[in-house]
Design a protein around this ligand. Structure first.
Ligand code: MF3
Ligand code: CO
Ligand code: CO
Length: 274
């Protein structure tokens, strides 16, 4: 049974399986954290070029976040030692920044989560490195569409499964595979909270969406089959068939009439080419 908990603005919340319902001040906090996430992704756009290392991009994210008075929530999270995740080509998610340089033709996801004044803004976008083949650009475009089609379902009275079903239908109509192992998640004071937001599912199933809920939608879409495997580093998830994978992520809040996207790009850099 789904349990909801109305939380006041400064209340300490626990990861107790309840879905938190937030008020106006919390929306304001999420707006600020989400905007910073989006500004970070905007600032990265001109930097994602052939030859740059993912470690240098991670250094930039850390400094940009700290300069804004926030902290990268991934730093020290379950032993993760970096300020963002950078997932290249067949890496599905949680790619670890390193001294590896990006090369012409790569497609890259950068996922940032600034923690600002106690609120988490979680967002990721795809970047194209140099000249990217049409097949890969098309995957990136459809993955962005999947995110936005999922967000269109997000309104009071709808269910989490409606979001997943809409995303799955669009991905599979394009003969892509939807990753099942990783989901969107509730967030706010906590980085990862209830509910689990599936990217594939049946309409009319799962928790009912209510005003004041905050969660991410972050579909991972594979050019090939949906299966993933973990690398030995314990973080990096890759496609089993080594096909390309793409992902976009927004943090949203359910309003009385629909939803508010907290992580929209102030510069209009929603999807590549930037
Ligand atoms: N930002 C990721 C998400 O969208 C989580 C990364 S956790 C890390 O939920 F530890 F891998 F960085
Ligand atoms: Co997330
Ligand atoms: Co994220």
């Amino acid at each position: 049974m789904t349990q909801y908990q109305t939380v006041s603005d400064n209340e300490t919340v626990l990861r107790d399986g309840t879905i938190k319902l937030h008020g106006p001040q919390a929306f304001e906090g999420m707006r600020r954290a989400g905007r910073l996430a989006a500004q970070t992704l905007d600032a990265l756009a001109p930097m994602v070029v052939p030859g740059v290392t993912t470690g240098a991009l991670d250094d930039f994210v850390r400094q940009f976040t700290l300069d804004a008075g926030a902290v990268p929530a991934t730093l020290g999270y379950r032993g993760y030692a970096h300020s963002c995740c950078i997932s290249i080509n067949h890496v599905v998610c949680h790619g670890i920044p390193s001294d590896k340089p990006l090369k012409d033709g790569d497609i890259v996801n950068i996922d940032v989560t600034p923690l600002l004044d106690g609120w988490h803004g979680d967002s990721s976008r795809m970047y194209l490195v140099g000249d990217v083949p049409l097949k890969a650009r098309r995957l990136v475009e459809v993955t962005y569409e999947c995110l936005m089609i999922g967000i269109e379902q997000a309104k009071p009275g709808a269910r989490v499964g409606d979001i997943g079903a809409a995303i799955q239908a669009h991905a599979e109509a394009n003969r892509y595979g939807v990753v099942r192992e990783f989901c969107g998640h509730g967030l706010g004071r906590l980085f990862h909270d209830s509910p689990e937001v599936v990217h594939a599912g049946r309409p009319g199933t799962g928790p009912v969406l209510k005003p004041g809920m905050f969660f991410t939608i972050e579909p991972m879409i594979n050019l090939g089959k949906p299966g993933v495997k973990m690398l030995d580093d314990g973080w990096t998830a890759v496609t089993r068939d080594r096909s390309l994978s793409a992902q976009f992520e927004h943090s949203i809040g359910i309003t009385e009439t629909g939803c508010e996207i907290f992580t929209l790009s102030p510069k209009g850099l929603h999807q590549p080419p930037y």
